[in-house]
Ligand binder design. Structure first.
Ligand code: FAD
Ligand code: NAD
Length: 405
């Protein structure tokens, strides 16, 4: 008898959780499972701010997919997904077509530029291993060039970060530690380097606990971060950014490095495939299926779920992507066993921890506020837990963070 084909797109948090749970729950005879991912490695997206600043080598944030999948049960195809033909139940990749009976879409999100002029051309984004490596190398290049040029351009040393959400703040926290090291390495006066954060809202980390936000802002300011709040970036160009001040005023901030960290949307493949979406995110049913597609599950940053308590979407996080992966796997197993009732997904939010560099952080965990080394310890535990959930203790020993104090 022909075995059902399960195809999982993306080996990020959502995809790997789905696959590792499927390989535990299904035998070789139950189904053919194929995992498709652009690279032969998984990267911890949640650590990319460290690789981007250069405080953690990019090889530390990635591990080989073959370390965590059971090759006797899962076929891995290294390929870039280009489209999905839902009527024909086919995934189109740069390596050919792949047929499916059940599809799990877990290709993550993409940077949202809101159509702001110049961002695509002149700003970097913290999106994957290669973009992180490019940011780190670009900053170093600016320092090296500054040191070597006769007519010094101080603005070369300015770094503008667009957005003071969690990504922007975590990146600035790393830069706060990295810039003094770079200044030392390149014999550059620290006062010459500007770290500028431009945020459209009147506060950093909008919506997060005000006391913790105050702590984070003070700690980053102590390390030389300048905040421009209530000032959206209007344009990026070769020399820096234009920010809106009030109704009609615009100010220019010159910078040699612009990093755009002001939000994410879903995968453009969702739009291309014609699956109903809002900014490339699929408002999934409670069982994680795409409306109108009873064989397509969407997990992670390309899915959208409303938190009914506040009538707003849940933020796209690794925490939710991993939990969705578990439910998605159970639901596929249920379908294979002929069950009609599927599990409804409800996020079990344990809290949020935002790092402010190697040994500082803020966090709200199980309702408790944490700051400083306690919060930083918790952040590393969260990072290690994510490894444990996918690859067990061996992956934690291989890739985990153990420098606690
Ligand atoms: P991802 O983990 O992004 O994985 C998507 C995978 O799909 C990748 O392997 C990618 O290579 C692959 N892929 C993409 N397109 C294609 C294609 N066309 N073909 C083939 N493969 C493709 N969340 C938290 O909960 N806690 C945190 O502390 C936290 N910190 C963060 C820090 C930073 C710097 C950033 C940027 C985000 C952070 N997040 C955090 C958010 C979190 O990383 C995302 O919500 C999470 O990665 C989403 O998981 P995912 O499985 O949807 O996608
Ligand atoms: P975000 O949407 O959370 O924050 C983006 C920020 O950019 C907002 O504060 C917004 O006001 C600002 N912004 C938007 N347009 C702007 C403009 N034109 N100029 C200046 N500022 C502008 O995005 P993010 O920080 O990339 O986070 C994405 C997701 O990843 C979120 O769900 C977040 O919770 C999650 N994340 C979590 C952690 C953590 O838990 N430690 C870390 C990073 C990211």
């Amino acid at each position: 008898m022909r075995k059902p084909k399960i195809v999982v797109l993306g080996a990020g948090y959502g995809g790997l959780m789905t696959v590792t749970r499927l390989q535990k729950q299904l035998s070789v005879n139950d189904a053919d499972i194929t995992l498709i991912n652009k690279n032969d490695y998984h990267y911890e997206t949640t650590w990319l701010h460290e690789a981007s600043a250069g405080t953690l080598h990019h090889d530390r944030v990635r591990y080989s997919i073959s370390d965590v999948i059971n090759r006797s049960k899962v076929d891995f195809l290294q390929a870039t997904v280009e489209d999905i033909k839902t009527d024909a139940k086919k995934v189109i990749t740069d390596q050919g077509e792949v047929e499916y009976d059940y599809l799990v879409f877990a290709l993550g999100g993409e940077s949202e530029t809101f159509g702001i002029q110049g961002l695509k051309e002149y700003a970097f984004t913290i999106s994957n291993v290669n973009s992180a490596r490019q940011i780190r190398e670009h900053i170093e290049y600016q320092f090296a060039t500054y040191k070597n040029e006769e007519e010094k351009k101080d603005e070369r040393l300015s770094i503008v970060v667009g957005g003071a959400g969690f990504t922007g703040i975590e990146f600035l926290g790393e830069l706060g530690n990295r810039i003094p090291e770079l200044c030392h390495e390149y014999d550059i006066d620290r006062q010459k380097v500007r770290l500028v954060c431009v945020e459209a809202s009147p506060m950093i980390l909008p919506g997060f606990d005000p006391e913790l936000v105050k702590y984070a802002r003070a700690k980053l300011e102590q390390r030389g971060v300048e905040f421009h709040l209530g000032t959206p970036i209007k344009e990026a160009n070769e020399t820096g950014v234009l920010i809106a001040k009030g109704e009609d005023e615009v100010e220019e901030i010159k910078a040699g490095t612009i990093v755009w960290a002001a939000g994410v949307r879903g995968s453009s493949i969702i739009e291309k495939a014609g699956i109903e979406n809002m900014r490339a995110r699929v408002k999934v049913e409670k069982d994680l299926r795409a409306p109108g597609h009873n064989n397509i599950f969407v997990v992670g940053d390309s899915s959208l779920m409303i938190n009914e308590e506040i009538n707003r979407p849940y933020p796209p996080t690794a925490q939710i992507a991993m939990q969705q992966g578990e439910t998605c796997a159970s639901n596929i197993v249920a379908l294979l066993h002929g069950k009609e009732e599927l599990e409804e997904f409800t996020p079990d939010l344990k809290g949020t921890v935002c790092s402010l560099g190697e040994d500082d952080a803020i966090g709200l965990v199980f309702g408790k506020k944490l700051t400083g080394s306690q919060a930083s310890f918790m952040k590393k535990m969260v990072d290690n837990r994510a490894l444990y959930m996918v690859g067990g203790p061996s992956l934690v020993f291989k890739k985990g963070k153990f420098k606690f104090f």
